[in-house]
Design a protein around this ligand. Sequence first.
Ligand SMILES: [Zn+2]
Length: 198
Amino acid sequence: MSTTSICVRPDAGCGVEVERGGRVRVVAPDGGQVGDVFAYSGDDPTEFLSASHTRAWTSRLFPKVGEEFVTTYRRPILRLVGDSSPGVHDMLIAACDPRRYELLGAAVHPSCAENLRIGLRSVGREPGGVVPQPVNLFMATPVGPDGEISWLPSPSRPGDRVEFEALMDLVFVLSACPQDLVPINGSAGPTPLVLEVT
Ligand SMILES: [Zn+2]
């Protein structure tokens, strides 16, 4: 059983094809870094991991170990099988995109939406027009009792990692979020993540 390890920089996404039963780990070597995860059915690019369908599946806002993530067709696609981090992840917030940065005053800026397209092309897949709402690993956006969302720095520590099991043949795309205008990444700013596939 071999393991492939890929460094994912904040200005370029990375995609990998994973067979059913395969394991994917996302490691934050420096900590304090958000990672946007996207997953597509290997057979049908119009079927992908959906955060909103997953929230209905698990009756939770945020993922926890043992739970499944489901697709737009409500089929399990990934299971969260390990998490050495404080366990704080987001399933509410859209991927950052060029318009988000434009509104924040940056005319040219890398984004998770563009990184998704780069990641899909890296495995020969042509991106569609839709950017799915990702699972935002290590991202702290707690919801208060009044429904207000807070934007907090990622609490992940150096070397923290999460592990997924592939529940179908799939394409997994990771973006190390390049957000440096809203303080969701650590004080060091955006740093690379490592993607390991076994
Ligand atoms: Zn982002």
